[in-house]
Design a protein around this ligand. Structure first.
Ligand code: ZN
Ligand code: ZN
Length: 371
């Protein structure tokens, strides 16, 4: 049998079917040959659709992991049903039509696991560190954002480091950073949108050997990047409950992880229990660079940083936690910090800037210092 499978948005089956594999994302056609007689353990399910231009539907199931699709003509000559191993993808009343989508929260840009309808709530936004959009909870998808004109933007920041943001600014306006080393590249943090041009640019720069993020506000569409490059996603176990789009590519780490030689993730806590930084030893011409998201945030006076439980809601951290962050960073050599937004950088003297900022912070939260 020969099918063209239309995948809605980011549905992806683990592994490949015969010679083909699913596309990265978006509404695209995957054109592959499936022979139910020989392609076990995959099962193909085909039923006639009730109408429209949809000729047939196909459900692919491998053990408990599912991929789902909608097959277009040519319709199969016969209709054979196989029991679905995954009820999440069971066919609904409108037999034959199955669309699942990975929805993205418009306020925080975090992408959720695939579902047939938008999730009821965004746990990230309902947390006291974020906020539900003033017009209520709203959802979008990456194809919809593309249609609205959002584009990825890649900028070189220094040799071996690129920023990847979104234009116009999306959600909280965060940007990703791409650390390039001879052993491979690591993507740090993630906005909620990516496009083919950005993927192509990253491919030119050597692809991805690993992906991580400072904290859940910057998880964005990490899984999309992972699927595009078949790259593992390293997230701290302490923030496991905030992973809204689980994926087999996610690997949990504890307090410290050297992803590649000279590229190390360090958990600091504070903003989130798993809030982390990425230390890039070769950055800033060998003086060392810290990528911080808003585990530590670079403030408008870029000689300083600050530390908060919630930035939008101005909830401070206790001085003891700020002290712990500083002590965790003490063994690391770095001279420059890149924050989570364009131009939020401490260009030099960053290690001392962190210490001085922590002293100033503690003085104010522990009692009014003398003016
Ligand atoms: Zn949200
Ligand atoms: Zn945050």
């Amino acid at each position: 049998m020969h099918y063209e499978i239309l995948l809605r948005d980011e549905v992806r089956a683990e592994g490949a079917i015969r010679s083909g594999s699913f596309p990265r994302s978006g509404t695209k056609f995957w054109d592959g040959r499936i022979d139910p007689a020989t392609s076990t353990p995959w099962h193909a399910e085909a039923t006639r659709a009730p109408g429209g231009d949809l000729a047939a539907a196909l459900l692919l199931v491998q053990d408990g992991a599912c991929g789902a699709g909608v097959a277009f003509s040519p319709a199969p000559r016969s209709s054979t049903r196989y029991p679905a191993a995954c009820s999440r993808y069971a066919f609904g009343p409108e037999e034959g039509r199955l669309t699942v989508t990975c929805f993205t929260c418009r306020t925080c840009a975090v992408q959720y696991a695939d579902s047939q309808r938008p999730p009821a709530r965004c746990a990230i936004c309902e947390d006291e560190r974020q906020y539900v959009g003033w017009h209520g909870q709203r959802w979008t998808t990456i194809p919809e954002l593309s249609a609205e004109g959002f584009r990825s933007e890649v900028r070189e920041l220094e040799p071996g480091l690129a920023g990847i943001g979104v234009t116009p600014a999306l959600a909280i306006g965060q940007r990703a950073l791409l650390v390039q080393t001879e052993a491979g590249n690591v993507l740090w943090d993630c906005p909620g949108h990516l496009d083919d041009a950005a993927v192509e640019r990253v491919r030119e720069l050597g692809g991805l050997a690993g992906i991580s993020a400072s904290h859940p506000h910057f998880y964005g569409c990490l899984v999309e990047w992972s699927h595009a490059f078949d790259a593992p996603i390293h997230l701290p176990r302490a923030d496991e409950r905030w992973i809204m789009r689980p994926d087999p590519a996610v690997r949990l780490w504890e307090d410290r992880l050297e992803v590649l030689p000279g590229v190390t993730l360090v958990r600091c806590g504070g903003h989130f229990a798993g809030s982390a930084v990425l230390h890039w030893a070769a950055g800033a011409a060998g003086r060392g660079v810290l990528l911080v998201g808003d585990t530590i945030t670079v403030v408008s006076d870029r000689r300083y940083v600050s530390f908060m439980r919630s930035y939008p809601n101005y909830i401070p951290l206790p001085a003891s936690q700020v002290d712990r962050i500083v002590r965790t960073l003490e063994p690391l050599e770095f001279d420059r910090i890149y924050g989570g937004w364009w131009d939020r950088d401490v260009r030099e003297g960053a290690a001392e800037a962190v210490r001085a900022s922590a002293r100033r912070y503690a003085a104010w939260v522990e009692g009014m210092p003398s003016e």
